[in-house]
Design a binder for this molecule. Structure first.
Ligand code: PMP
Length: 363
């Protein structure tokens, strides 16, 4: 979609990346680290200073402790953390349960290791999970459940009742969990982000993955981290060592300095809620139906009242005829199920959002 958007000179609300500049302070900090000679390999699990900072961040946000020495590893982005966690868990014929629409890397990675994916399809408008159905999907081969909250693409947050069900399903089993928490700090309306680090029964079986790209607005840097109890992290690092070994050293140092300079609080809920509200208010002038957005930086729109064409077709038409790019949500379902919804990224300047809505109003 991004390639098509460029070709047709369309406003690109498809791929999830900011179109605004990152903080110049952060750039200066990276420059300083490079000039100061921090340009060689970092230690395999990441620089210790940054691991201490991540530990403090998690303790502040979720009141949960991960040891910097052996429960935190700095990774080359969220995706590498997910890849390595899946590689740690999945053997041929193991089953993984995922919730669709889903971020696109989970299924191919599970399959790459010979695993079988069982997908639960969440449906608009609320994308709720029917846990009785999920229970029926669990077999003696189930090794992994992947969750993502706030969720890409739906913007849905897991609730306490979801967490309780997850506890019931995994109790007395050897099922592991990957909790993709890349948008964990982007949660709206004073709602609580229920990180799995908060629930000891789940924490003991969970790899939490996260990305600095999302919280520092620099998705191209590809630096993130994984949290897991010591016994799981020991296995994770055996793969990490020979897949990546060392993640960008000056950027690790700079991120550490930057997070500490900001007292580990980047005020992201306020920052993105303002953009969400701005975008939603404008969108009310269009014929699209707004779905809920509880977190992340994605707004979903239903076009059921406008057209019955396929979501891929409409998305193409939006680019060519209306110069706005989005993602058709069928691409996030393994069966390409089409519920007539589109995902728009609002990690953009207000003027970009405004221009996009002006075009969408013509539909
Ligand atoms: N998980 C989700 C849900 C995402 O949306 C993304 C980025 N689009 C990632 C993981 C990957 O993060 P990174 O770019 O740091 O690999």
């Amino acid at each position: 979609m991004t390639a098509l958007a460029v070709k047709h000179n369309a406003i690109n609300l498809s791929q999830g990346f900011p179109d605004f500049d990152i903080d110049t302070e952060l750039i200066k900090m990276v420059n300083k680290e490079m000039k100061d000679g921090n340009n060689q390999y970092a230690p395999m699990p990441g620089i210790l200073r940054l691991r201490h900072t991540v530990s403090k961040l998690i303790e502040n946000n979720y009141n949960s402790f991960y040891s910097p020495e052996d429960e935190i590893t700095i990774t080359a982005g969220g995706t590498q953390a997910i890849y390595t966690a899946i590689a740690t868990i999945i053997k041929p014929n193991d089953e993984a349960i995922i919730f669709e629409p889903a971020y696109d890397c989970y299924t191919p990675i599970v399959k790459a290791f010979g695993g079988l994916v069982k997908a639960f399809e969440m449906q608009p408008p609320f994308f709720d999970i029917d846990w009785d159905m999920v229970k029926k999907m669990v077999t003696s081969n189930t090794k992994l459940i992947i969750i993502n909250s706030p969720q890409n693409p739906t913007g849905r947050l897991l609730k306490h009742q979801d967490i309780e069900q997850l506890k019931i399903i995994t109790k007395n089993t050897d099922i592991f969990i990957i909790s993709d928490e890349v948008y964990g700090q982007i949660v709206f309306d004073n709602q609580e982000h229920l990180s799995l680090s908060k629930f000891p029964e789940l924490k003991e079986r969970t790899f939490i993955t996260a990305s600095f790209g999302k919280i520092l607005h620099c998705t191209g840097w590809k630096v993130g981290y994984c949290l897991a109890p010591q016994n799981l992290m020991k296995e994770f690092r055996k793969i990490h060592q020979f897949l990546v070994f060392s993640v960008n050293t000056p950027i690790q140092f700079a991120i550490d300095s930057y997070l500490n300079k900001n007292n580990l609080n980047l005020k992201l809920p306020e920052f993105y809620q303002k953009k969400r509200d701005f975008f939603r208010t404008l969108l009310k002038q269009t014929r699209f139906t707004l779905l809920k957005c509880e977190g992340s930086y994605f707004q979903n729109l239903s076009y059921q009242n406008i057209s019955d064409e396929k979501d891929v077709e409409l998305a193409m038409r939006l680019i060519k005829d209306f110069k706005v790019a989005c993602i058709p949500n069928s691409s996030f379902y393994s069966k390409n199920t089409d519920f007539k919804t589109l995902r728009f990224c609002f990690a953009k300047k207000e003027e970009t959002l405004q221009k996009a809505v002006e075009n969408l109003m013509k539909i």
